[in-house]
Design a binder for this molecule. Structure first.
Ligand code: ZN
Length: 250
């Protein structure tokens, strides 16, 4: 299995990264992409990628930090994205869940990352929550120039269709084990577009829900995805790992 999105740099993992990686490998995880949320975090993610041959990193500014993003910060992201071990831009995107006060900042930040993706020919890791319409708008606007992965997919069927039509990957998290609306979309994704992830330390899947998530738990998401697609767990594991390697250019 390949955990296509997590946050190994999270404070909740501090001092335990080696143990967490050992448990992931023992559970059958062959690769992980640890995603940066701001400049400092992206730098730390790249540091972990440099230390472990089965870990890769991304560089970007999360929508939650978009209000502090500016030209210098994006230049910093671009600089980090060119480093060895960096496989994508992000995580970035739009999150309107807590209201729209910073919507303009988020739109500007997302567009800056898509511009960089087009220029650097790198994929973008996108977080989209309660923002289906604007996210779909950017996907259409950048069609043919930039694409990426809808990480922890939590949108509706329309956003799914727009993303798939534009060639994007869809990554499912532990949400598929406890959100029926998301579980109901899993079988609609063609096999060459499918990825799985933990987004750990957040969003632990059933039966680990409510506890700290970690990459070894990707096995529960893999099993749920296999069940929802009526496919063998081993086949989904191999397929999504091969997709991750191809998509991230490993
Ligand atoms: Zn994330």
């Amino acid at each position: 299995m390949f955990d296509s999105h997590l946050h190994l740099t999270a404070g909740r993992f501090h001092g335990e990264v080696e143990d967490i990686l050992a448990r992931a490998r023992a559970a059958g995880v062959c690769g992980l992409v640890t995603c940066g949320s701001d400049l400092e975090d992206s730098r730390a993610a790249l540091g972990l990628a440099a230390e472990h041959e089965d870990v890769w990193a991304t560089a970007g500014i999360h929508p939650h930090g978009a209000a502090w993003a500016h030209d210098d910060a994006w230049a910093g992201v671009e600089h980090l994205a060119a480093k060895r071990g960096a496989v994508a831009l992000g995580e970035t995107g739009l999150d309107y869940h807590y209201g729209s006060a910073e919507r303009d900042y988020q739109l500007r930040n997302f567009e800056a990352h898509l511009d960089m993706a087009a220029r650097l020919k790198l994929p973008v890791v996108v977080h989209s929550r309660s923002a289906d319409g604007d996210t779909a708008g950017f996907i259409r606007q950048f069609r043919g120039r930039a694409s990426g992965v809808m990480h922890c997919f939590a949108g509706g069927p329309d956003l799914l269709r727009v993303a798939l039509d534009a060639g994007w990957m869809i990554s499912f998290s532990g949400l598929v084990t406890f959100v029926p609306e998301i579980a109901g979309l899993v079988a609609r994704v063609p096999e060459d577009r499918l990825l799985i992830e933990t987004d750990s330390p957040y969003l632990a899947p059933v039966p680990r829900r409510g506890r700290r998530n970690e990459p070894s738990h990707v096995q529960w998401t893999c099993a749920a995805v296999a069940d929802l697609r009526n496919e063998a767990v081993g086949d989904v594991a191999a397929l999504t790992a091969a997709n991750a390697r191809r998509f991230f250019g490993l």
